[in-house]
Design a protein around this ligand. Structure first.
Ligand SMILES: NC(=O)C1=CN([C@@H]2O[C@H](COP(=O)(O)OP(=O)(O)OC[C@H]3O[C@@H](n4cnc5c(N)ncnc54)[C@H](O)[C@@H]3O)[C@@H](O)[C@H]2O)C=CC1
Ligand SMILES: O=C1O[C@@H]([C@H](O)CO)[C@H](O)[C@H]1O
Length: 308
């Protein structure tokens, strides 16, 4: 079986930290070209742009997008129009409307598209989903708190319109919650704390619910320093489920549970490989819809300026 020839656009932090190692560890893929505006990627052809990759680069079957969300719509549309399968980092686009349009375009092109909500592939998620399936939900508490200076050093785009600020990591928690909980979630209220020199929030408090009025509270913080916290606690009539470390750890009533041994991005690319084989797509919009709704109804509080 010939490997899937893969191009990658945006050779920045996550591409270097996660995508390229995961691609190179999966024999179903061959990374053949990278288009980026920064440092080159060793061992492949490097091009200045997606257009140059498509016009003058080596043939590719699929393209992974690791650029910032702003401007990503035009790039993914270009790749779909060229008949390529696409894997798109989260958040899929700078707006919900763009992300919806790409779903239509992938369908029209008969291409496989994956919106790579990487936290949904964390080791404890599927075991958590299986346990919750037969339980009676009572409340959900999400705490997603990390250091932007560690995970996005010098990345001005994250504070600009479309960059989402603290919702860039917070959307990962929302991707897990929408994957675990059976009914559609909606935002009841939100408070967004925006540095007065930024366009997007550095912290947020969100109250959500579902049609059965499940009480869901989330606290996001992007300036949390060293004691980072990525936890989701789901109280049920039958017991308490807790995910920690972004879903890597699962405990039920305080007892640690067995989880998958596969890393997030290895699982992301294995899923992409299967989608291409099955001529299918997985382009879920729910996490981005919750972020959009948080921005719709969120009150804004200006806080002290943020400096990287
Ligand atoms: N930093 C992290 O820990 C994680 C980031 N992500 C997501 O990955 C995406 C990228 O994040 P980072 O890698 O941290 O950002 P980054 O700023 O380090 O990398 C973005 C790269 O895209 C390149 N680029 C921008 N526009 C381009 C274009 N038109 N054509 C070609 N290359 C272009 C830039 O030169 C840069 O190398 C974001 O959506 C983020 O939410 C996902 C998981 C973790
Ligand atoms: O997707 C993302 O994950 C975090 C970080 O890498 C782990 O929580 C990052 O802020 C965000 O882009």
């Amino acid at each position: 079986m010939q490997p899937i020839r893969l191009g990658l656009v945006g050779y920045g932090k996550i591409a270097q930290d996660q995508h390229v190692p995961a691609i190179r560890a999966n024999p179903a893929f061959e990374l053949v070209a990278v288009a980026t505006q920064g440092q080159p990627c060793a061992g492949v052809e490097n091009l200045q742009s997606l257009g140059e990759l498509l016009e003058n680069g080596p043939h590719v079957d699929a393209i992974a997008f690791c650029t910032p969300p702003q401007g990503r719509f035009g790039l993914v549309r270009q790749a779909l129009a060229a008949g390529k399968h696409v894997l798109v980092e989260k958040p899929p686009c700078a707006t919900l409307g763009e992300a919806m349009a790409l779903v239509d375009l992938a369908r029209e092109q008969g291409a496989s598209g994956l919106y790579a909500w990487h936290s949904r592939y964390a080791p404890g998620i599927e075991a958590a989903r299986d346990w919750l399936a037969s339980r009676t939900l009572q409340s959900v508490r999400i705490d997603w708190k990390e250091d932007v200076r560690k995970w996005h050093p010098g990345q001005a785009w994250i504070w600009q319109p479309g960059g989402l600020g603290v919702f860039d990591p917070g959307i990962n928690a929302l991707s897990i919650a929408t994957h675990l909980l059976p009914l559609a979630l909606f935002v009841e209220s939100a408070e967004l704390r925006v540095p007065d020199n930024c366009q997007s929030p550095i912290a947020a408090s969100i109250k959500m619910a579902d049609a059965r009025q499940l009480d869901i509270r989330a606290e996001f913080d992007f300036d949390h320093g060293h004691d980072e916290l990525w936890s989701i606690e789901i109280r049920c009539a039958e017991g308490v489920l807790r995910l920690d470390n972004g879903g890597a750890l699962l405990s039920i009533d305080g007892v640690r549970q067995a989880v998958s041994e596969e890393g997030e991005y290895a699982a992301v690319y294995r899923h992409f490989q299967q989608l291409i084989k099955d001529k299918a797509s997985d382009m879920d919009l729910q996490p981005l819809r919750l972020v959009a709704d948080s921005f719709f109804v969120g009150s804004r509080t200006l806080v002290e300026p943020f400096y990287d």
